[in-house]
Write a new protein. Structure first.
Length: 500
């Protein structure tokens, strides 16, 4: 019998465990000097080290170590004075060495936490997510399965391997068990990944583009009867690549687990894959235990022993925490909670801040980014940041409107032109011949013409029926090709008809 989410949380308590993988934005790979640029032609960014050719030896990327320490410090972690790399042994076709260089029992960062806040029925509530470890490793290559209907290996005609990603510096952030989230478990998980993304973006250690896989989440979920101390069997949903999908995957898994338990069946410990189209997961493989990977210290790499003074230097240079920054901006801009949440959800807070820093009024800046520009982004099914319009363009647009050189309606045409690649706002205005008709003489000529054509409506306004003025104002705007200031048109029209 299908259960509702409310049925699940009335009987069971969810327990979460989240593992977030972050691709660092270093210019070279973790253990070699190959480039890391996304989107390069397949197998053009490889060398004997990342292809695991005989005799090739790895050398640790110092910048990757620095980035990992920065992440650990930003997550309130302790930094280990001594850590080392290990070999994690398992077979995947896209892993050249048949083992992954990672860290096991001696990670570089450990014992941290992140606080997140979500809206609940009782108002805002804060949850602390404790961090077990932050460790370094290398990414695998990428398989492309050709043929078949699903794009997966089952049913494919053949598979292609691209090793450009093999050896990319990867950081894994692993939480401790997260109990006590109750029915808000999906929202807490989403908020946690969002907070991590903001922290990492602020550190400038990753582009954190979930759609490109540079930030991806493995969500572990189990259920236990409310009041029980015995943890349930967990499943791990792999490589979830959007905030919305994190929430949907956890909610779906909670329902799936509960349906199995209610039917007297056991939950299988396994990895699962999230299906974007259905919001459900499908079975992957049985979940290995640590001993299955046969970890042992990598004999080709020396231990990592960061200097304590260097760590403190990095700590001193940490940027403002995202949560602190959001509260500061909200106060500075006098933004209501709902609008602040809208900016965060639309992922435009950074863009709005940059627009304001260029001199734009905060209210008008966020109005453009949350309004017309977000509408166009939704139509194109693109993130706002990937549109060709930039903060400098919106700041210029706000300035043109405030000077009276554009109306809001004309400014929307300019936005469309900038996004279409026609140049800066000033260039779009010049090329399209967009200008505000602010000559009272020209406006009065248009008003008189419209009143003559719509004499009956004009008489209604003369008689005091002011709502009828809307039709006349619309006609004047049409007559002036939308280039008049509607407020000035209304003022002149009412005065002309004896109502001013």
């Amino acid at each position: 019998m299908a259960l509702s989410y409310d049925d699940v949380v009335a009987k069971y308590e969810p327990v979460l465990g989240l593992e977030v993988h972050v691709e660092l934005n270093t210019k070279s790979k973790m253990f070699c000097s190959c480039a890391t640029e996304f989107g390069a032609a397949p197998n053009t960014q490889t060398c004997p080290v990342c292809l695991a050719l005989p005799g090739a030896l790895p050398v640790v990327n110092e910048k990757a170590i620095e980035s990992t320490i920065l992440i650990g410090l930003a997550l309130n972690c302790k930094i280990a004075p001594y850590s080392r790399f290990a070999r994690k042994n398992y077979f995947y076709p896209d892993m050249p060495k048949n083992f992954q260089i990672s860290q096991y029992d001696e990670p570089i960062c450990f014992d941290g936490y992140v606080d997140v806040e979500i809206e609940t029925e009782d108002g805002p509530k804060q949850f602390r997510i404790e961090i077990e470890r932050v460790h370094m490793e290398e990414d695998t290559g990428k398989s492309l399965h050709v043929g078949g209907a699903t794009g997966r290996i089952h049913g494919a005609d053949y598979s292609l391997l691209d090793y450009n990603r093999a050896g990319i510096p990867l950081v894994e952030i692993v939480t401790k068990i997260v109990p006590g989230t109750g029915k808000y478990a999906p929202e807490v998980a989403k908020a946690y990944v969002a907070e991590l993304r903001d922290i990492l973006r602020g550190l400038k250690v990753s582009d954190v583009k979930m759609e490109q896989g540079s930030l991806r989440c493995d969500a572990n979920v189990s259920l236990k009867p409310i009041g029980s101390d015995v943890l349930g069997t967990r499943s791990e949903t792999k490589n979830v690549n959007s905030l919305r999908s994190v929430e949907r995957a956890i909610r779906g898994e909670m329902i799936r687990h509960a349906e199995l338990l209610n039917a007297g069946q056991k939950v299988k410990q396994e990895t699962r894959h999230f299906q974007e189209d259905t919001g459900l997961t499908r079975s992957g493989r049985s979940k290995e235990q640590a001993e299955d990977y046969r970890y042992f210290p990598d004999p080709d790499l020396v231990p990592v022993t960061p200097d304590a003074a260097w760590i403190e230097q990095l700590r001193a240079g940490l940027p403002e925490r995202p949560s602190v920054r959001r509260k500061r901006l909200q106060q500075e801009w006098n933004v209501p909670d709902k609008e602040m949440a809208a900016m965060i959800n639309a992922d435009v807070l950074d863009i709005v801040e940059e627009t304001v820093s260029l001199g734009a009024d905060p209210t008008k800046a966020r109005s453009w980014w949350l309004g017309e520009i977000s509408r166009i982004a939704n139509e194109k099914d693109l993130p706002v940041a990937e549109l060709s319009i930039k903060p400098v363009d919106v700041a210029e647009l706000v300035s043109l409107v405030s000077k009276g050189e554009l109306t809001d309606k004309l400014a929307r045409q300019v936005v469309e032109g900038v996004i279409a690649g026609e140049g800066t706002p000033a260039e779009v205005v010049a090329q399209r011949g967009i200008k505000v008709v602010n000559d009272d003489g020209a406006l009065m000529a248009a008003i008189e013409k419209v009143c003559a054509e719509q004499a009956e409506t004009a008489e209604k306004v003369r008689g005091g029926h002011l709502p009828a003025a809307g039709a006349l104002i619309g006609a004047v705007m049409k007559e002036t090709k939308g280039q008049a200031d509607a407020a000035r048109v209304r003022e002149l029209l009412l005065k002309h008809l004896g109502q001013g």
